[in-house]
Each structure stands twice: as C-alpha cells, then as structure tokens.
Design a protein around this ligand. Sequence first.
Ligand SMILES: [Fe+2]
Ligand SMILES: [Fe+2]
Length: 298
Amino acid sequence: MATTEQREREEVAERLLAASARHSFDPDTELDWDAPLVPGLWFMPAHLVSLYDTPLWRRMTEEQRIELSRHETASVAAAGIWFEIILMQLLARHIRGQDPRTGHVRYAFTEVADECRHSMMFARLITTLGTPWYGPGRTTRRLGALMAATAPTPAAFLGTLLAEEILDRNQRATMADETVQPLVRGVTRIHVVEEARHVRYAREELRRQMTTAPAWERAYARLSSGESALVVSRTLVHPRVYASVGLDPDEAQRQARASEHRRETLRWSAERLTSFLDEIGVLRGRTVLAQWRRSGLL
Ligand SMILES: [Fe+2]
Ligand SMILES: [Fe+2]
C-alpha cells in the first residue's frame, strides 16, 4: 500500500545508495597528509577570502593575505564540523522509529557515516594547517544545540541544506583552482562528491515536507530560515582569524561587512539554494525576506 510519495522517496534513496557504493572515500588513505604544504599557494581562492578587495586588503602583503586564507579555511572547517555534528543529530532524530529496512533510512545511515568521515577529515586538516580551533561562540553553539534537539523535520532539512549548499558552492570553486594547496583541493573534492548526494537527499525530502508536513511545521521552517541563514553566514569566518594575522578584528569585520565584493560572493554562494527555496515556497513574507537579506545571502 505504498503511496506514490513513498515510492518516489525509495527510488531516490536507492539511487543514492548505489552512487555511495561506487564513489565513497576514506580521506585518511585517499589524501597525502604527509606532503609538505607548497610555499606561495593559497588555502582558498583569493577572491573568496573575506577581505578581498577591501582597503585593508590593499595594504596587506601577499604573505599576509595567504596567511589569512589559511586561517579562514581552518575557520570554515571548524564551522563545517559544528554543522555536521548538528546534522548527524538531526538525521538520527529523523529516522528514529522508522523502518530500518527502507532505502530512506539506510541512506540516512550512509549519510551519517559520510559526515563522520568528513568531520575527521576537517579536524585533520585544521591540525595540518597548524591554526587554532575556531568554531562558533557560546551563544551560537547553544542555539545550534537547541535546534538539533527540537527542530521539526522541515526545519531540520532546511538547516541542513543551508549549510551544505553554501559550503558546496565555495568548495567547487576551491577544488578547481590551481593556485590552491593540493591538500585543500583534495579535501574539497572528496566533500563535493559526497555532499552532492546529501544535497539531493535533503532537497527531495524538503520539497516533500513543504507540501505534506503539518502547517505549523512548514511555517516554523519558513520563519526560522532567516535566522538559520544569518547563523550560517556569520559562523563561517570567525573574527579571531583577523587577529591571527595581525589585523584589528573589529575594523576587519567592519570592512568585510561593508565590502560589495564580499556581499556579491555571499549571494553567489547561496544563489542556487535561494532559487530552490523560493520555488518551494520558503522565501515568503516580509520578515523572512528581511532576515535573509540581513544574512547577506539574498
Ligand atoms: Fe559533510
Ligand atoms: Fe552533508
């Protein structure tokens, strides 16, 4: 007595399981962690560094700019681990009580396993980069913990998609860029391949949820989406990265926020996501849109 919806869900899951069986990576053996970092190469494409093309940037030496790219990459990796821990918790909650024989649940297990390897890979990257462990501040961490423990399904998949699609856009640009360190390119390549499936899974589920979930759960997802967008966009670059390269964190943050290039970059990183969210009816209402604009992602 499976409904069309359940059949579609299973078809997607089976395809994703087959793709996972073909292309999954063990980062520990896949990447050459012992190769020395290459002098003069960036840790992310220069134009993705938060201060690119600001007055401060123009005064920085090339060495200092590259050093900032190292710290920002470590900051994004730390934020990535934080996102992934929340996501693993959301996925575990999502499948609790569901039939584990279904493709949908088996794929959720596969995704949790992927995220475990990703977080270990990001942690190893931070260690290799030799930077501090950045990651969100206390208030943001508490907000994340609350969301992970309580978010209804549509909001859970929306939050997941937000973090995954924005990282994905940046990582696709990074993995293809020859001015970037081979190790960082390797890490982003593995992540992009495996995350493409996660994005598919979350999109399909969110699309279904936004038509079938109870009205209050859909409203909750829509109303909380702007806040999630703000948290994601503000968490990527920890203000301490600026102090790490000898800049005044307040001034640097002010210039990054005022930068037209930065705003353009943030919008670019979210444009595929925002057009999807618009299509499924999430980006509706004046308050919601205003919050999204404040996040810089719209
Ligand atoms: Fe991941
Ligand atoms: Fe993921």
